[in-house]
Design a protein around this ligand. Structure first.
Ligand SMILES: Nc1ncnc2c1ncn2[C@@H]1O[C@H](COP(=O)(O)OP(=O)(O)OP(=O)(O)O)[C@@H](O)[C@H]1O
Ligand SMILES: [Mg+2]
Length: 466
């Protein structure tokens, strides 16, 4: 291990683990998976590097639940060793088309703006994209919290973040009683580029273990921009020729082979699923940069978070016009589909009218009503962090709002009124709420019942206000 071909001589310790990144005639290079050493290259001779070569892998198993591990699966939370059930290679081929079935079950985020407009299905890959500090992590975190009691294994892969922010997130999950169904894989900013590079693959392997047992898995990659940067650093050290934005030519493959591993397995294969929420950070809203366009084209849709919305108080800052979910609609429950029906159209009309009426001051009453209706809908899409809505709460809100029942409540009071209304529904007709949650259906009788209760509530609310 002496012949080293990098600007500086680097010596590898015997027994140190690495991942072979390049083999050419008479030369091999390995990416060392150590915290302090990024890369080591050997030229000529018969390099020791090729002795004892085995497939790079991570331990996996039930014992990982509730734990924080590094990119190689070793615990870093000080809670003792983890009992592994198996050893999975970090890179494995994605499930074939015959082993899959269509996405047909919802993965509820608990966020009205997403579940009603851009529903996500189990096995889908939905990108969360936006500038820095636009609530990207918050959307992923709320989705994880919403899986409580739903028998979903959640894996959060942190790439290139400050160790302190990951510790904070773990603490947050623990405090909210969510850590026991979560696994955090952390390759922080102070770890080597090689560990950051391998972390999402390792997290995916840990997820696959559960998926193969027929379980549902949710995996968040926070974020793949930093992952691409780590890979670029490695590639430049390996003397690969830089391409666009100095990324190597195979950077598309870097993310496609990762995200292809998310799947909804066929019933013969156990019916498990892995839903991916990759996160990409953009610079000044530029979604046409190299890495964002790549990942947009790989995923089944994107939630586009916008700074201007975020700062105007519209949080989660989902841009309703630019976000899409290409397969999740099939996975929406019948109740949600029926309740949310006209919402997208109504919002599109509202946006159009808003632009159109921006400069005119004397509007007729019908237009004014239409505008306040749209503003009310946008207000209802605002949601505080850590307060996911259950399915029946979303259905009740949508049925009431889209039938103009909440129209006469002043826009700035609408969020408070919504909360009161939902609490009141739980008191008045708990059976109805329970029925929607358990069956996922909205019968015509139930719809009428929601409308009549909502009208009673609004009448009472207005009387109280006077
Ligand atoms: N729905 C919300 N309501 C209120 N505050 C929110 C909401 N979503 C996010 N925030 C707050 O906004 C801040 C930024 O959120 P977050 O860290 O999720 O953004 P991010 O896009 O992941 O940022 P970064 O680019 O630093 O990773 C946090 O302080 C968070 O608490
Ligand atoms: Mg973040």
């Amino acid at each position: 291990m002496e012949k080293v071909h990098t600007p500086k001589r680097v010596a590898a310790q015997p027994g140190q683990r690495g991942k072979i990144a390049l083999i050419a005639a008479g030369c091999a290079a390995a990416v060392l998976l150590a915290a302090y050493l990024g890369l080591c290259a050997w030229v000529g001779g018969s390099p020791n590097i090729l002795k004892g070569v085995s497939v790079a892998g991570v331990p996996v198993g039930e014992g990982f639940l509730g734990r924080v591990v590094d990119a190689l699966g070793s615990p870093i939370d000080g809670a003792g060793p983890i009992q592994a059930d198996a050893y999975y290679p970090v890179e494995r081929p994605a499930s074939g088309i015959m082993d899959r079935q269509p996405v047909n079950q919802p993965m509820e985020t608990g966020l009205l703006a997403i579940d009603a407009l851009f529903p996500i299905g189990r096995g889908q890959r939905e990108l969360i994209i936006g500038d820095r500090q636009t609530g990207k992590t918050a959307v992923a975190l709320d989705t994880i919290l919403n899986q409580k009691g739903k028998n979903v294994v959640c894996i959060y892969v942190a790439i290139g973040q400050k160790a302190s922010s990951v510790a904070l997130l773990a603490e947050n999950l623990r405090r909210r009683g969510a850590m026991d169904y979560c696994i955090i894989v952390n390759a922080s900013a102070s770890d080597s580029a090689s560990l950051q590079y391998i972390a999402p693959y390792a997290g995916t392997s840990i997820g696959e273990y559960f998926m193969h047992q027929g379980r549902d898995v949710l995996i968040v990659y926070d974020d793949l921009s930093k992952h691409a940067i780590a890979y670029r650093a490695l590639s430049l050290l390996l003397e690969r020729s830089p391409g666009r934005e100095a990324y190597p030519g195979d950077v598309f493959y870097l993310h496609s082979r990762l995200l292809e591993r998310s799947a909804h397995l066929s019933d013969e294969k156990g019916g498990g699923s892995m839903t991916a929420l990759p996160i990409i950070e953009t610079q000044a809203g530029d979604v046409s940069a190299y890495i964002p366009t790549n990942v947009i084209s790989i995923t089944d849709g994107q939630l586009y978070l916008e700074s201007s919305l975020f700062f105007s108080g519209q949080r989660p800052a989902v841009n309703v016009g630019l976000s899409v979910s290409r397969v999740g609609g099939d996975a929406q429950t019948k109740a949600m589909k029926k309740a949310a029906g006209a919402m997208r159209l109504d919002l599109a009309q509202y946006r159009e009218m808003e632009v159109f009426t921006q400069f005119s001051s004397d509007l007729d009453d019908a237009t004014k009503r239409q505008l306040t209706y749209g503003q009310g809908l946008m207000r209802l899409l605002r949601q505080k962090q850590y307060s996911p809505l259950s399915q029946h709460e979303q259905v009740i809100t949508l049925v009431a709002a889209l039938n103009h029942v909440l129209q006469d409540i002043p826009v700035e009071q609408i969020s408070g009124a919504q909360r009161q209304m939902l609490d009141w529904f739980a008191e008045q007709d708990a059976a109805l709420c329970q029925r929607i949650d358990s069956t996922g259906l909205l019968t015509e009788d139930d719809r009428q019942q929601i409308l009549s209760l909502a009208r009673t509530f609004v009448a009472q609310y207005q009387k109280k206000g006077q």
